[in-house]
Design a binder for this molecule. Sequence first.
Ligand code: COI
Length: 356
Amino acid sequence: MLNIKIEKTTAPKRIPQKGEPLGFGKIFTDHMFMMNYTEGQGWHDARIVPYQNLSLDPSAMVFHYGQEMFEGMKAYKTDDGKTCLFRPDMNAKRTNGTNKRLCIPEVPEEDFVEAVKAIVKVDEAWIPTDPGTSLYIRPFIIATDAFLGVAPSKTYLFIIILSPSGAYYASGLAPVGIWIEDEFVRAVRGGMGFTKTGGNYACSLAAQVKAHDAGYSQVLWLDGVERKYIEEVGAMNIFFKIDGKVVTPMLNGSILPGVTRDSVINLCKSWGMEVEERKISVDELLEAQKAGKLEEIWGTGTAAVISPVGKLRYKDDVMLINGGEIGELSQKIYDTVTGIQLGKIADPFGWRVVID
Ligand code: COI
């Protein structure tokens, strides 16, 4: 038990009303969760305070060597007014996977989930209910030692902020165009590709700018060694339907173990579909496309949920997928995942977690 102290704001902000466009990650609620770590003392001083700026020493290690991690989760309101999370235990586990790799102290899983539930409960009036909206939850940890030496920090801050949000892509469920990057790489095996840390996203920006300039909305990364095998999209894992089978890159240490990825694999298997987690080369995709067997592509992520891919570019080849339209399976997966999240359909897996 964290024994969280709660200090409510005396100046509540205006909560966006039904029908107001929210965008993604632009609006923040009235409160935030904070907890400190000090070597020898562990995590301490769990508190919920009014949303505010941080005051940090300019030499704080996070600014210089990037020792930080983050997570992405969502809270929803069901039709009967309950506040729900989706598989928060998976985010707690992944947090500690990231923390181990980055020498950040682990957060007990039950404390992580308790903190998320507590802050969401305090600001639950901010959970939007328009279709496609949710309360995006961003837990993160930063290294705060005032020190310019390269070493693990001895002090940290764990913070959770909340953002009422709409679709991650402005296009919503409309299929996106994806650029297969053949110059830059995101991660290599043995690196930190499987973690949620800012460096993985900073290193994606140059390729993203290139892709945007060419009219594509996201970058699909290839493996860092042979530049031949499909990895992930950065903000999403990627799935292919090839000749009736669902195929997705296996977890190889350089891609993110996505919560939505795992959920989609489980769903497809529960529908009796064959799901292969394995290496997929870009050549295999090109050949499948030529043979008319590349039936659907979609990305999965907490922010993006399910994002159909309508166009895929690799060097001089541009592949139009399912005529640029959302595929039948992508739509079924989207309806099922969001149906479970929003409590509109049964949850045979026990993924929905109600906050009392
Ligand atoms: C998420 O899907 O929650 C993420 O953290 C990805 C982020 C780039 C928006």
